[in-house]
Design a binder for this molecule. Structure first.
Ligand SMILES: *Cc1c(COP(=O)(O)O)cnc(C)c1O
Length: 241
């Protein structure tokens, strides 16, 4: 193995062990949690090595970086998750490679994604996760994107009604401000409550995307189905990406 592949194999094994341990503590089967490796700021060559090591889900947060990387890796059996804040002018590009978008937080994005998905003639509906901002229960979008909890139901209905889109679940990032600041476990438990309400109206919207390198255990304990892990696998990013 190359040095880099060796390094990635080791960090991946450590993350895998953390997920397994967290599942065991929570009394959950390991298969309930899917690892998405967030490869932002790292090159396509790393994505290729990760695929060789068995990774099947990768996440990116900027279309400018993700689009060429996905094109370079189009021969690999990977599902691409778009996890970053999304501008409507990037939507046409994103629907070409993303299987799932985790960051739906406004009507305009639903409309644009639906039009773009229809235009590309995708064979499957685009799985759409609503990003929930837990800084406050209602009001403005969160500083890092996301709709307040009281806006989730309406947005889910819009996604369900939109051609080419399917409501797939919820995503959050542990908030830095508000009542859940510094309390990721409580934040993720709140997300699970919102998920329960959402599933009553849209039973297939059962994905819960929560937890990153620092707090994946809290997310698994709360009930997350998908964790998004970047730096714990690839190393600390040179700059915030
Ligand atoms: C970067 C990023 C991650 C991964 O963060 P790490 O702390 O590197 O694990 C997860 N989710 C989103 C939305 C991100 O932008």
């Amino acid at each position: 193995m190359t040095d880099r592949k060796d390094q990635l194999a080791h960090s991946l094994a450590r993350v895998e062990e953390r997920i397994s341990t967290a599942c065991a503590s929570a009394g959950r089967p390991r298969e309930e949690v899917t690892l998405i490796v967030v490869t932002k700021t790292y090159p396509a060559s790393d994505v290729r090595l990760l695929a060789e090591l068995g990774v099947r889900h990768v996440g990116e947060n900027r279309d400018q970086d993700a689009a060429p990387k996905a094109a370079e890796c189009s021969d690999l059996p990977l599902t691409w998750h778009f996890v970053g804040q999304l501008q409507t002018n990037k939507v046409r590009s994103v629907v070409n490679y993303a299987g799932l978008v985790h960051s739906i937080d406004r009507d305009r994005l639903v409309t644009s994604l639906s039009q773009a998905a229809a235009r590309t003639g995708r064979e499957t509906e685009l799985d759409c996760l609503i990003q929930v901002a837990l800084d406050a229960e209602s009001g403005e979008r969160g500083a890092r994107g996301g709709v307040a909890p009281d806006g989730v139901a309406a947005l889910a209905d819009e996604i369900a009604a939109a051609e080419g889109l399917r409501p797939a679940g919820l995503m959050t990032v542990a908030p830095l401000s508000g009542p859940f600041a510094g309390r990721p476990r409580a934040a993720f438990e709140r997300l699970m409550e919102i998920s329960t309400h959402l599933r009553a109206a849209h039973p297939t919207a059962n994905m819960v995307s929560a937890g990153m390198s620092a707090d994946l255990e809290d997310a698994v304990a709360a009930g997350a189905t998908h964790v998004r892990v970047g730096s714990a696998v690839l190393g600390v990013r040179p700059r915030l990406g």
